[in-house]
Design a protein around this ligand. Structure first.
Ligand code: FES
Ligand code: FES
Length: 223
């Protein structure tokens, strides 16, 4: 007889303890089996949180050290050298938000889908949730905090987005701004279509896409 368990399989399959073969035992062991599956699923989900970092809009805790050894790095962030202890598996978004305190960079999906965490690395828009901090040593990092002028004035793109009512809830706004700034620094006079393409990696749950594109076009000539 095959040893492969099938639906309606032998009591041994459902009986985690390998005991009993009566109906009552079958029911009890089926319950145990299901409990076991649920318990293992919970463990897997929790492991995902620990290893993947605490993503989502409500994330307000630093990354958990799960065995790696932190290493002291010097990072060039917003024109300043910042020294920070970093885990091998730590993402740039985690370092920026929870170790450098630059919480303007948002974490939405934490897996390279929404663009909320967009920053500039050497002027290129980059999802900071999908880049390891260890990989950006020696590179120039710009976050939304780095756009403000020395006199405290908003960057022209920030002002244009406000003027065009881009921010609704505002959660996606820093990422949208970083993408727009990168576009205008490489292409100071984009078409509306080019602006759309440049911001296509930034999702907006509030659906303010047209307002953001209006903002980019309003900032043309001001950057
Ligand atoms: S948080 Fe969504 S792409 Fe990084
Ligand atoms: S303004 Fe709310 S998600 Fe874009």
């Amino acid at each position: 007889m095959s040893d492969i368990p099938t639906k309606g399989a032998s009591p041994q399959y459902f009986d985690a303890a390998g005991e009993g073969s009566g109906l009552a035992n079958k029911r009890a062991s089926r319950r145990q089996f299901i409990k076991g599956v649920i318990a293992s699923g919970t463990a897997i989900s929790t492991a995902g949180l620990v290893f993947g970092g605490l993503g989502g809009c409500s994330a307000d805790s630093p990354p958990v050290n799960v065995g790696g050894v932190e290493r002291l790095l010097s990072l060039n962030v917003n024109g300043q050298i910042r020294r920070v202890d970093v885990l091998p598996q730590e993402t740039l978004a985690m370092t920026i938000r929870y170790k450098l305190g630059l919480t303007g960079t948002k974490l939405g999906c934490d897996r390279g889908e929404c663009g909320a965490c967009t920053i500039l690395v050497d002027g290129v828009p980059t999802y900071s949730c999908s880049m390891l901090t260890q990989s950006v040593r020696g590179r120039s990092i710009t976050t939304i905090e780095g756009l403000e002028g020395q006199d405290g004035r908003l960057h022209p793109v920030q002002q244009a987005f406000i003027d065009e009512l881009g921010p609704q809830c505002g959660f996606c706004t820093p990422g949208q701004i970083m993408s727009a700034v990168a576009l205008l620094e490489t292409n100071p006079n984009p078409t509306r279509e080019q602006a759309r393409v440049a911001l296509s990696g930034n999702l907006c749950r509030c659906g303010a896409y047209d307002n953001y594109i209006n903002g980019v076009m309003a900032a043309v000539g001001r950057v």
